[in-house]
Design a protein around this ligand. Structure first.
Ligand code: NAD
Length: 327
């Protein structure tokens, strides 16, 4: 029998704090060579400006084996009133190959992407960070804010989106859910200048964040991914930052935010300072001064999905959540 888990089921069993801890384990295993995670095949459906990504991973210490299939269609919201991202995950038994569960992957994507940002913020931002700026108030933004709030005493969140209603909606949700001040602002610059920590989570293909706006000591989380020819960060942001990534191999192959400044000759590959797993395992230092600007650039790693899916499966069995069905 295979366990079917819907988004509603996953919301019952997954908790942000636990997923942040899981990300720490997943990234540690990744840098210790205890995972098998090939570079993901990407299929471009140019006719519809869509992308399909196939993300398999095995994480030995957590006995997690899964594949996520995720789509990114940035025109969906306007054209079809559908989300940008859809995802499904299949979990298998590493001992036998038997399929164990089939689950919604969209919520897990948002939760684990937020949790990775939370982990990066815990290691890289200043401990006294109080103001959080957000550029891009779409689906991912809420779990990003949630995770940062778990690791820092955030008092104010300033939200900008090119669609004003989206920024207002998110600001309101932050007020209601977290009882901290959420406020929408009219320009990206206004979200950036007073902020100690930033979240950039857009579908923009051109820079939305300018390095000249960023004050010393800021920690930037940038999760937007629209392929290797697109970027949400300008060259100056990357150049002035100490850069931390989920996977050097993946970021250098897939992220326009890093690839474009390299092509311009503004930085070299060596400018990518460390993988987050190297920081959490103590192999490399994170922030070393109050004034440096740190950047977390993630493209998303399949190990994050595999460990979260396994955890959701185990908890669902314990708590009687989900439906069993025969194949
Ligand atoms: N790194 C990862 O692991 C990971 C995981 C999931 C999603 N993502 C990426 O995160 C991004 C956001 O995904 P989502 O599901 O929230 O998408 P979404 O479509 O729900 O939200 C994107 C938001 O960006 C806003 N936006 C677009 N251009 C902008 C601009 N120039 N200035 C300000 N705001 C702008 C849109 O109005 C929208 O509200 C995508 O690029 C996606 O590929 C990365």
């Amino acid at each position: 029998m295979v366990l079917l888990l819907t988004e509603k089921d996953l919301k019952k069993v997954l908790d942000m704090k636990e997923v942040i801890d899981l990300m720490e384990k997943a990234f540690s295993a990744f840098v210790k060579g205890e995972t098998e995670v090939p570079l993901r095949p990407i299929i471009n459906i140019k006719k519809y400006r869509g992308t399909m990504l196939y993300m398999p991973a095995y994480v030995e210490p957590l006995n997690s084996l899964a594949v996520k299939i995720v789509s990114v269609y940035p025109d969906n919201i306007v054209k079809h009133k559908l989300p940008t991202i859809y995802a499904t995950i299949q979990l298998n038994n590493p001992e036998t190959g038997e399929p164990l569960a089939f689950m919604d992957g969209s919520y897990i994507t948002a939760l684990r992407t937020g949790a990775a940002t939370g982990l990066a913020t815990k290691y890289l931002s200043r401990k006294d960070s109080k103001v959080l700026g957000v550029i891009g108030a779409g689906k991912q933004a809420f779990t990003q804010v949630w995770a940062v709030k778990e690791v820092r005493e955030i008092e104010t969140v300033l939200v900008y989106d090119v669609v004003k209603d989206k920024a207002e909606e998110l600001a309101e949700k932050i007020n209601e859910r977290f009882r901290i001040e959420g406020r929408s602002v009219e320009t990206a610059e206004k979200a950036v200048e007073p902020s100690d920590v930033l979240i950039v989570a857009t579908t923009s293909v051109k820079p939305v964040l300018k390095g000249e706006w960023i004050k010393p000591g800021t920690h930037v989380n940038s999760i937007g991914w629209m392929g290797k020819d697109a970027r949400e960060l300008d060259t100056e942001t990357v150049k002035k930052s100490k850069v931390f990534v989920d996977s050097k191999e993946a970021v250098l192959a897939e992220s326009g935010d890093i690839i474009i400044p390299i092509k311009e000759g503004a930085i070299t590959e060596g400018h990518v300072y460390a993988e987050l797993g190297e920081v959490v395992t103590g192999l490399k230092k994170g922030r070393v001064s109050r004034d440096e600007v740190t950047l977390w650039k993630s493209v998303g790693l399949a190990v994050q999905d595999a460990v979260t899916a396994k955890h959701a499966y185990t908890k669902s069995l314990q708590e009687g959540v989900g439906k069993h069905f025969p194949l």
